[in-house]
Ligand binder design. Structure first.
Ligand SMILES: Cc1cc2nc3c(=O)[nH]c(=O)nc-3n(C[C@H](O)[C@H](O)[C@H](O)COP(=O)(O)O)c2cc1C
Length: 155
C-alpha cells in the first residue's frame, strides 16, 4: 500500500501542499512526484493517487491535463484517488480539483475524498496561513480512508 502525490507547480505553492499531504499520510509510504515524472506503472491495486494542480485559467494546468488524458487511456481500476488544487480566494476562481477528480473517476479510480481547495494570497503565493496544516490533516484523513478501503478489500 503506497501513496503517490502527483503535482504541478510554477511557484512552489502546490508543491508545498503536496509535501504536507505526504507528511500527513505518514505510514502510507507516501512520495511526491512532479507531474512530468509520473508513470502509471508505478501504481498497483490498492495504492492511492493524489493529483494536485494550481488553477490556471479556471482549469488544471496543461501538463496536468495531458497526464490525466494519458492515464484515462491506460485506466486506473483498483486505484484509490483524491484531488486538490491551489487557487486565489476570489468570488470567481474556477476549479481544477473537481475536474481532476472527474478525470480520475472516468479512468476507473475509486474516489476517497471530495476535491480539496487550498488558498494562496496571489499568483505567486504565499499560501494563506494554516493551509499547510490543513493539507497535513487532509493527508491523515486520506490515510484512514486508505486503511478502511484495504479492510473492505480483505473481507
Ligand atoms: C496563467 C495563470 C492563470 C491563473 N488562473 C487562475 C484562475 O483562473 N483561478 C484562480 O483561482 N487562480 C488562478 N491563478 C493563480 C494560481 O492559482 C496560483 O498562481 C497558484 O495557485 C500558485 O501555485 P503554484 O505556486 O504551485 O504555481 C492563475 C495563475 C496563472 C499563472
Amino acid at each position: 500500500m503506497k501513496a503517490l502525490i502527483v503535482y504541478d507547480s510554477a511557484y512552489g505553492n502546490t508543491k508545498a501542499i503536496a509535501e504536507a499531504v505526504a507528511s500527513g499520510l505518514g505510514t502510507a509510504n507516501a512520495s511526491t512526484v512532479p507531474v512530468a515524472r509520473f508513470r502509471r506503472a508505478d501504481l498497483s491495486v490498492g495504492d492511492l493517487l493524489v493529483v494536485g494542480s494550481p488553477i490556471n485559467g479556471w482549469r488544471p494546468t496543461p501538463k496536468t491535463m495531458e497526464t490525466l488524458t494519458a492515464v484515462e487511456s491506460e485506466g486506473l481500476m483498483g486505484v484509490l484517488a483524491a484531488a486538490f488544487d491551489t487557487r486565489v480566494k476570489l468570488f470567481i476562481h474556477g476549479d481544477a480539483a473537481g475536474k481532476i477528480s472527474r478525470h480520475l473517476k472516468k479512468a476507473g479510480a475509486t474516489p476517497v475524498s471530495k476535491p480539496m481547495p487550498f488558498y494562496v494570497g496571489g499568483t505567486e503565493g504565499p499560501l494563506l496561513p494554516g493551509e499547510t496544516d490543513r493539507a497535513k490533516t487532509w493527508g491523515a484523513q486520506l490515510l484512514s480512508l486508505m486503511k478502511s478501503q484495504a479492510a473492505k478489500r480483505s473481507q
